[in-house]
Each structure stands twice: as structure tokens, then as C-alpha cells.
Design a protein around this ligand. Structure first.
Ligand code: PLP
Length: 219
């Protein structure tokens, strides 16, 4: 589907919901460079990657050719990759544990700046998935802000694959609302319109925009 088609679907869903602006985070992980270049040529500037290493292999080059890029980290962040991540990404959507918050705060202090952050919430409490548990989210968000003075602007979730997503979107919205966080990153290719109806401000769309992904390692 073309960028224009996706933006049109987002805009319709947004208007139907009477909602404000919604940012399309174009998820370019494992996509061939030509497809990313094509979306850049069409004028899009906000992208998401889920691996630091993969982002490092191509985004510095893409940035040199296309001004104004805003790159979001949407995958797990290991503390040993933190510095590299801060060099590469403009927004980090996957803040999810105290140790990472502490290291981020130290590094932000040293650099004199910190990218805007989303706290990732594991709304389905899936053991294999990153994110704070819903019942731990309020405490964690408070700690990030008050103890570490981190610029948390929103919450992010990836609902379980095998469940209807809407209850998860609602749970995330409630967590955001009761913590005074305006930004909600939720909704992917299969369900971004549903997410917008539930208040998403950022949708993360990969395959619907770029086409099917190659497995990691073959991209
Ligand atoms: C891959 C990925 C997406 C995009 O998934 P699609 O179904 O291809 O749109 C969104 N969010 C995260 C965190 C991802 O890892």
C-alpha cells in the first residue's frame, strides 16, 4: 500500500474519532534500502527500527541524504547499546526497567540532553515480552520522572498477537491518562485504525506500508 493510502486511512480514522494529529511511524526493520528510499522520496520522515545494530548500519547514511529524519527505537534496548542508541535515535519508545532508566539518566546528564521517551507496557503480561507490567506502570513512570528526571512523554504497547487488541489499547490509554501522559504509541499494520479510535497518537506501521518483511539476517 502506498504512503498516501496509509496516510489517508490514518486521516479518516482520526477524523472519525474526532482526534488530534496522529504520527505515522514507518517501521522499516529488515526492509530493503530501496523501499525505505522510496518512502523517503515520497516525503515521509518518521521511521521506526527495532534493532540498534541494524539501524546503525543504514540510518547514518540515509540521514546524510535526507534532512529532517526522526528515528524511533521501538525494540528492546540493552544497556550496553545505550550510547549507540542515543547517537542514532531521536525518540526511544521502549523504556521498561529501572536499570535502563538509571543509565539513561546518567548518560543524559553527561550529554546535556535526552530524547523524548515512551514507557513500554506489557499489557498482556506475556513472559517473553518486554515492558513493565500494567500494575507496575504507575510506580515506574513516577520513578522515571521524579527520581531520574527523564522526559517521559507517553506509553507504548504491543498487544498479544492472539488476542483482540482493543482491550489492550484501552488499558494503555488508561495508564497514560492517569499518569498525565499525552502520547500513546499503539496500533500496527493489522489494527492501526482501531488504535486511532482508542486514542493512539503514534501508530507503528511496517508491512502494510513496505510489504512483507524478510526474516532478520536476510534483509
Ligand atoms: C515490527 C513492529 C511493528 C510493525 O509491525 P507491522 O505488523 O509490520 O506493521 C510495530 N511495532 C513494533 C514494536 C514492531 O516490532
Amino acid at each position: 500500500m502506498s504512503l498516501a493510502d496509509i496516510l489517508d486511512r490514518i486521516d479518516r480514522a482520526r477524523r472519525a474519532a474526532g482526534a488530534g494529529p496522529v504520527t505515522l511511524v514507518a517501521v522499516s526493520k529488515t526492509q530493503p534500502l530501496e523501499r525505505i528510499e522510496a518512502v523517503l522520496q515520497d516525503g515521509h520522515r518518521v521511521f521506526g527500527e527495532n534493532r540498534v545494530q541494524e539501524a546503525a548500519s543504514r540510518w547514518p547514511g540515509l540521514r546524510a541524504r535526507h534532512p529532517g529524519i526522526e528515528l524511533h527505537l521501538i525494540g528492546p534496548l540493552q544497556t550496553n547499546k545505550l550510547r549507540q542508541a542515543l547517537d542514532l535515535f531521536d525518540v526511544i519508545q521502549t523504556l521498561d526497567r529501572d536499570r535502563l532508566a538509571r543509565k539513561l539518566a546518567d548518560e543524559a546528564q553527561a550529554r546535556g540532553r535526552c530524547p523524548p521517551l515512551f514507557v513500554q507496557v506489557n499489557t498482556g503480561a506475556e513472559p517473553q515480552k518486554a515492558g513493565v507490567l500494567p500494575e507496575e506502570a504507575d510506580d515506574f513512570i513516577t520513578r522515571c520522572r521524579e527520581v531520574y528526571a527523564l522526559p517521559v512523554i507517553g506509553v507504548m504497547a504491543i498487544p498479544p498477537l492472539d488476542e483482540p487488541p482493543v482491550p489492550h489499547f484501552r488499558l494503555l490509554r488508561e495508564i497514560g491518562a492517569r499518569n498525565g501522559l499525552e502520547k500513546l504509541s499503539m496500533g500496527m499494520s493489522a489494527d492501526f485504525e482501531l488504535a486511532i479510535a482508542e486514542g493512539a497518537t503514534h501508530v507503528r506501521v511496517g508491512s502494510a506500508l513496505f510489504g512483507a518483511r524478510l526474516p532478520h539476517g536476510q534483509g
